[in-house]
Design a protein around this ligand. Structure first.
Ligand SMILES: Cc1cc2nc3c(=O)[nH]c(=O)nc-3n(C[C@H](O)[C@H](O)[C@H](O)COP(=O)(O)OP(=O)(O)OC[C@H]3O[C@@H](n4cnc5c(N)ncnc54)[C@H](O)[C@@H]3O)c2cc1C
Length: 415
């Protein structure tokens, strides 16, 4: 593990700090300090600023609207942005740029790159992720949403679920079953599908927080062009896994900063509520501090491997398991500190349904209760804790594999 960045990182860090000083308001406290309307307005302007400075997809080659930054530079950029509490893109860019954009860049044809990447950068296309299905979540390879070729078009039938931002997107990248005779991880094709058509129906799902961040999506004879396959027909599993591997380096750098910022707010909350002298609360805060420090070192380890060019391996499960389990406990402490106030919202809900509330967020019950509820989802999305433990048990510790009853053709697996 390399616990610090090398000296050649410093000039770039200074450049990014200067960019932030130049473009952020002088009284900037973090995007969490803005109300919903201000935040919307800021996001639109900020995305345009990043786009104009080629920093929206900083690692992409310049011909596709990027700045051609190295992995190290993009990690430093993400870290500096996180420190001042400003996003590295618009609200949809985790799906559009980090997931599908990067995947098209790696697997797409030249025509796909020329067509889709500029539309992502301009914001004309907003994407969502069509992976999970009612019978295929942890066991994603079991997916059954079908696609069949009909002349120059694919016809898609089936259902996806838990589709974040599906109500806002106009394109979906969707994993489809194109050959049921193959074993389950083969016979899958990665398709790009327009959503603005009669065959695609989006139904919102209400979350525990009361919001509707994700959706069910029903495909009934939905159509997409034959050339909208990324990678090989029936070879979509490799493309799907590439997509899941993106963001690893950046989140290893940004997550510990975000959780440290959140812990500072939690300590402030304890002081504000007169609980900082309570020995049990102090003990629990000390536990959180030690966990966040360990997370920082875990992040550095992941980052060292990422910057050395290593592909995401099973050890990435340690980081995911660690931060998401920590977050449930830390936010429970916040609600305990709030006491009876933890039963009703005051102030706005968190700006994001994922991870911590944004830097600068007011230290009130709306922020903490919302984050507490969202933290339940953290141990589910991007692979549940049980699945991460299975991966670690089997692939890192070398424990015996789970017995499997699904080795034959997908069509013969009991559904
Ligand atoms: C906030 C949020 C946003 C999401 N956004 C998206 C999105 O945009 N697009 C998308 O495609 N999906 C999305 N998901 C779905 C997410 O990927 C799935 O919820 C996740 O993969 C788990 O699948 P599942 O819900 O079907 O649970 P299941 O796989 O049915 O699991 C149910 C329970 O069984 C356990 N379990 C399952 N298999 C095993 C095993 N082999 N060993 C031990 N325990 C096991 C699980 O850990 C879990 O506790 C989102 C989920 C959430 C919570």
């Amino acid at each position: 593990m390399q616990p610090t960045f090398t000296a050649d990182a410093d000039p770039f860090r200074t450049r990014i700090q200067a960019f932030l000083n130049e473009h952020l308001p002088s009284d900037w406290k973090g995007i969490g300090a803005l109300n919903a309307d201000e935040s919307l307005e800021f996001n639109i302007k900020w995305r345009a600023t990043l786009r104009d400075n080629k920093l929206l997809a900083p690692k992409w080659p310049t011909e596709y609207g990027g700045a051609g930054l190295t992995a190290l530079e993009s990690v430093i950029m993400a870290e500096e942005f996180q420190k001042v509490g400003v996003p590295t893109g618009g609200p949809n860019d985790a799906f559009s740029i980090q997931m599908v954009g990067n995947t098209i860049l790696q697997w797409g044809t030249e025509e796909q790159k020329q067509h889709f990447l500029p539309r992502i950068i301009s914001g004309e296309d907003l994407w969502c992720q069509g992976y999970s299905e009612p019978n295929a979540g942890s066991d994603l390879g079991n997916l059954g949403c079908r696609a069949e070729l009909d002349g120059d078009e694919w016809i898609v039938n089936g259902q996806k679920i838990w589709t974040s931002a599906g109500h806002l997107a106009n394109w979906i990248f969707v994993l489809t079953r194109t050959n049921a005779e193959e074993v389950k991880h083969r016979g899958i094709t990665f398709l790009l599908c327009p959503m603005d058509q009669p065959g695609v129906e989006v139904r919102p799902i209400k979350m525990i927080s009361g919001e509707s961040e994700f959706n069910e999506i029903f495909f009934t004879d939905a159509r997409t062009a034959r050339e909208n396959v990324v990678g090989e027909v029936n070879g979509g599993w490799a493309v799907a896994m590439t997509l899941l591997g993106y963001e690893r380096g950046e989140s290893a750098a940004t997550n510990p900063v975000a959780f440290r910022g959140e812990l500072d707010r939690l300590i402030e909350l304890a002081k504000d509520r007169g609980k900082d002298t309570d020995p049990v609360v102090r003990q629990r805060l000390a536990w959180c501090y030690s966990k966040v420090e360990i997370m920082r070192f875990l992040g550095m380890r992941t980052l060292t491997q990422f910057l050395a060019g290593a592909k995401p391996g099973p050890e990435a499960s340690i980081f995911k398991l660690y931060w998401s389990e920590y977050h449930r406990i830390a936010t429970e402490l916040a609600v305990d500190i709030l006491g009876p106030d933890g039963m009703h919202y005051v102030g706005k809900l968190p700006s994001s349904a994922f991870s911590t509330d944004a830097a600068g967020a007011p230290n009130d019950s709306g922020s903490w209760i919302g984050t507490f509820l969202n933290a339940r989802a953290g141990t589910i999305y991007a692979g549940t804790s049980q699945v991460q433990r299975n991966i670690l048990g089997e692939m890192v510790l070398g424990l015996p594999k789970e017995p499997r009853a699904d080795s034959g053709p997908w069509k013969d697996i009991p559904k």
